[in-house]
Design a protein around this ligand. Structure first.
Ligand code: C2E
Ligand code: CA
Ligand code: CA
Length: 700
């Protein structure tokens, strides 16, 4: 291309220069020839006049004497000049004395000569006789006539003209060639080499191959031109790289999570779609894990958002280190991660990965000199069994995660076809739950709490049941989370509170004057603006002494909004009711908060009680919690006691009270009243004997 361009330019120049030079050469030579022609004509005339003058004397003699022989001699003498084609000595009114003529010779240049000089050049010299005297003119005797053929007479002119022409054309050609070569050297060749360099420029990175100015042109316009082009390339390169950085930044922002630098949801969806495309044939199944941390907000509340971020970062690093590099790990929400596990042989492989993820989460985190324990809940969907699109795979995984969370969390669960159905059923249940209290479908059960020192029943925990018209008895473990989600817990909680207080009232009236009633309070209830008022109203309305009512509140319910919770709990204390920390040990068990809160009792979670004899750690924890509670002036009760050995251990630790299947399952009011009236004595004797001898106890 450039070669063609270049030769086109050179050719143009070549023809232009040559044409002009030739034209000028021709023009100048024509002018020269015209000038030469005039000179030649003058010279010929001069020569002719000289010749005639030379012959005048002899010719005059011949004319005077009428001597024909002499006249012929003169004419022949003139004919010695080859250019002469006619010569004569003429007499007035008589035939010529002598004349001669020869053919008018033609030459190749005749036409040019004729156009410049005419066909012939004729000259005449008058011949005069001697004058008769002074004052009289000499008589005319005749004429000497001469005609020249200019084609022969001007032969030197022809030779000269030919030379002029040849020299002019040669000069023109020489001049043209030199100009052409100069142009080639000065412009065309450097242009060609620049074009070559330009073709090597990468349009994306134009500054990488800078143009070199052609040698010898560093300081002229060509050099400046190259310099300007290089400057332009540098500017383009700078702009390009800025643009690339900006583009990369935008791409990172839109596809990656800024904190952990893991892919975000957008990127994850794209990866899942990619996996779907690659998963042709049914041997290519893959899994999507939707992993949400359990109760992560407590970390932010107890520590700081900065600490929470640090923890998430650590977790992301653990995932990166422990999971296979072929897995996509994404952060899709504040405390939610998701993984794509490609090329699964079977569902169990997904379970293995899910277990690995749970292990990563469960390994304690060290934060500001604190150990933090976390757990997570994972929902798993398998392509192509559980859904056909990326969105649906994620959505189903999230749904199954939520379901697993409502069942306690801290585990993984697979999505199966009936999950959808269960979710739908849940929606129906949620609706029915709203009217369960009004429809009189709720029941209260009572589980005795035993004073470990005296062996007496000191009171009961009220536990609600839902007698569903179609599904039968539904456990609070199932429906309380639903009620909390829909807000139905407010009405249900009030129903429980009122019925528990009224039951207590009946027992007090029946003579069990020292009994207390424990009622569970959900976080949602606690943060209702009129909750304190509701409690006060129910206490007054049922007519029980407020200190016989114990409200059980979980740590997490308090941690949701610590300052507000402390305010509410203080108002509660002003009414006179008692407060217990329920499920102690499962949340953050923060001493500093416990101290700030006006609590009366700690309820050790049954998870610690159940294996405190097998797991020495838990045994130590139970012991420590009792000591801790006492040191803060709080009573301590253990829930979930199922064996005599557990009771004994608790007594050794000086735990104040116990509740559990060992004494009684939760029972209805009638059964509870029977229990307290008939077995008070028996339990008393059992506990006393246990305390004394430590054996021979019979389960009821
Ligand atoms: P919770 O407050 O920890 O209640 C104790 C649960 O442990 C009861 O389960 C009780 O039946 C069970 N339990 C008692 N002794 C033993 C034992 O020796 N071994 C074992 N394995 N379990 C024992 P339940 O009645 O199913 O209640 C479960 C949870 O439902 C309660 O846990 C509480 O959080 C919630 N709940 C129950 N009633 C209410 C209520 O009226 N309001 C609110 N907000 N929550 C309630
Ligand atoms: Ca409880
Ligand atoms: Ca509990």
């Amino acid at each position: 291309m450039q070669g063609k361009l270049n030769s086109r330019l050179s050719n143009k120049l070549f023809f232009a220069v040559m044409g002009t030079a030739l034209l000028m050469g021709l023009l100048f030579s024509i002018v020269q020839i015209m000038l030469d022609a005039r000179q030649a004509q003058q010279r010929l005339e001069q020569e002719a006049q000289q010749t005639l003058t030379m012959m005048r004397q002899t010719a005059t003699r011949a004319a005077l004497a009428q001597d024909q022989a002499l006249a012929r001699q003169v004419v022949q003498g003139l004919f010695r000049n080859p250019a002469v084609f006619y010569a004569a000595i003429t007499l007035p009114e008589r035939p010529p004395l002598a004349s001669d003529y020869r053919d008018h010779q033609a030459t190749p240049f005749s036409p040019l000569i004729v156009s410049l000089f005419g066909r012939e050049l004729s000259y005449t010299l008058e011949l005069r006789g001697p004058a008769a005297g002074t004052g009289t003119p000499a008589p005319v005797l005749g004429n000497l006539e001469l005609s020249l053929n200019p084609a022969i007479a001007a032969d030197t002119f022809i030779d000269r003209s030919r030379t002029v022409m040849v020299v002019a054309v040669t000069q023109a050609l020489l001049f043209g060639t030199i100009l052409y070569l100069i142009f080639q050297g000065l412009i065309a060749r450097p242009m060609t080499s620049l074009l070559g360099s330009l073709e090597e420029i990468d349009p994306m990175r134009p500054a990488q191959n800078q143009l070199d100015p052609p040698r010898g042109h560093e300081d002229d316009e060509l050099g400046t031109w190259v310099q300007k082009i290089n400057d332009l390339f540098n500017a383009i390169e700078k702009y390009n790289s800025k643009r690339r950085v900006a583009e990369a930044h935008v791409e990172r922002l839109s596809n990656y999570d800024m904190l952990t630098e893991l892919p975000n949801r957008t990127m994850l969806v794209r990866r899942i779609e990619q996996s779907i495309q690659e998963a042709t044939g049914d041997q290519h199944i893959f899994a999507v894990l939707y992993c949400a941390l359990d109760d992560f907000k407590s970390v932010n509340l107890l520590h700081s958002y900065h600490a929470g971020d640090k923890l998430l970062l650590t977790l992301a690093d653990r995932f990166r280190a422990d999971l296979d590099p072929s897995h996509t790990i994404a952060r899709v929400g504040g405390d939610v991660f998701a993984m794509v596990i490609p090329g699964l042989g079977n569902d169990y492989a997904a379970a293995d990965v899910a277990q690995k993820v749970l292990d990563c989460v469960r390994r304690p985190f060290r934060l500001d000199n604190h150990n933090i324990n976390l757990s997570a809940t994972i929902g798993i969907t398998i392509y192509p069994h559980d859904a056909a699109t990326a969105d649906q795979l994620l959505k189903n995984a999230e749904n199954v995660m939520q379901l697993a969370k409502s069942q306690g969390g801290n585990h993984y669960q697979f999505y199966v076809a009936n999950v959808d159905q269960r979710i739908r059923q849940t929606k129906v249940l949620e609706k029915q739950l709203a009217t369960a209290a009004a429809d009189e479908q709720l029941q209260l059960m009572f589980q005795p709490q035993i004073d470990l020192e005296t062996g007496e029943v000191r009171g009961a925990e009220a536990l609600v049941r839902w007698q569903h018209p179609e599904h039968g008895m539904i456990s609070p473990v199932e429906f309380i989370p639903l009620a909390e989600r829909t807000g139905a817990i407010v009405a249900i909680g009030e129903w429980v509170l009122r019925n528990a207080c009224h039951a207590l009232r009946r027992w007090l009236e029946a003579g069990f004057s020292r009994l207390t009633i424990s009622v569970n309070v959900s976080a949602i209830q606690l943060h209702q603006s009129d909750f304190v008022y509701t409690v006060q109203r129910v206490v007054q309305e049922s007519g029980i002494p407020p200190q016989h009512l114990m409200l059980e509140i979980t740590e997490t319910a308090v941690m949701d909004n610590v300052d507000a919770a402390i305010r509410i709990l203080k108002q509660m204390k002003e009414i006179g009711v008692q407060l217990a920390v329920d499920d102690f040990g499962t949340g953050y068990s923060s001493l500093s908060y416990l101290k700030k809160m006006p609590m009366d009792e700690i309820k050790i979670d049954r998870a610690f009680v159940q294996d405190m004899l097998e797991d020495p750690d838990n045994g130590t924890i139970v012991d420590a919690v009792v000591q801790l509670g006492h040191s803060l002036g709080l009573a301590v009760i253990a829930e979930g006691t199922e064996t005599l050995d557990q009771i004994r251990y608790l007594q050794e630790c000086a735990c104040d009270a116990a509740q559990g299947y060992y004494y009684s399952r939760p029972v209805n009011e009638d059964a509870f009243v029977t229990f307290i009236s008939q077995q008070r004595a028996q339990i008393k004797s059992i506990t006393q004997r246990t305390a004394q001898a430590g054996n021979g106890l019979l389960n009821k």
